[in-house]
Design a binder for this molecule. Structure first.
Ligand code: 5GP
Length: 206
């Protein structure tokens, strides 16, 4: 079907500013739907159930896996995270561009199942800046920060598997670049096969 939405996965190290980037994009444009994930981790201050995440127990999470309710799921620093399937499909069918802000294992699962997925990796300009942001935001204790930095080291090894890289040195500029990437994905030939067939039919009269 033409005019189906684009499925875009945005990954990046913890502290890369992905969350703020998503917020900037959603405020500026109305073609996006941000998928809200399930997680077994505890809410941080200010996080609301159903808005930031659906906060669930491990038992509830495991049951949802058995019911085949996730598009993908993965473990990240002591907790489970997963993307609920139905919401994503509904929004794509309605022509919305769906944003999944998920880590690397999940991103690669989605790409394997749906090869048209656009994989985008967001990074701060350098490692020091990452550490500075992670410590500065003060939402995690030092032990968790260390685990997240170790995970960043792991994830940096897989960055090349993504289609696009965005350097997040300015949120506004980065949001524009991200929007540009997703708009370009709309123009892909595979998204316009109905129109292509119509034009071919019309040309036969000449
Ligand atoms: P945080 O605990 O900082 O909110 O998220 C930790 C990591 O889990 C981030 O890299 C975030 O992108 C990722 N994440 C959030 N939701 C999901 C999800 O549904 N699936 C996967 N695979 N990763 C997720």
């Amino acid at each position: 079907m033409d005019n189906r939405g684009v499925l875009a996965v945005i990954s990046g190290f913890s502290g890369s500013g992905k969350g703020t980037l998503m917020k900037a994009l959603l405020e500026k444009y109305d073609n996006y739907a941000l998928s809200v994930s399930w997680t077994t981790r505890k809410p941080r201050e200010g996080e609301e159930d159903g808005v930031s995440y659906f906060f669930r127990t491990q038992e509830e999470f495991d049951r949802h896996i058995e019911e085949d309710g996730f598009l993908e799921y993965a473990r990240y620093v002591d907790h489970s995270y997963g993307t609920p399937k139905q919401y994503v499909f509904d929004q794509l069918d309605q022509g919305k561009d769906v944003l999944l802000e998920i880590e690397m294992q999940g991103a690669l699962q989605v790409k394997e199942k749906y090869p048209d997925t656009v994989l985008i990796f967001v990074t701060p300009p350098n490692a020091e800046e990452l550490k500075r942001r992670l410590v500065g935001r003060g939402t995690e204790d030092m032990e968790t920060i260390k685990k997240r930095l170790a995970r960043a080291d792991e994830e940096s090894k897989g960055m090349e598997q993504y289609d696009y890289l965005l350097v997040n040195d300015s949120i506004e500029r980065c949001a524009e670049e991200l929007h540009g990437v997703i708009m370009a994905a709309h123009a892909r030939m595979g998204n316009h096969l109905e129109l292509v067939n119509n034009i071919k039919e019309q040309m036969k009269q000449f």
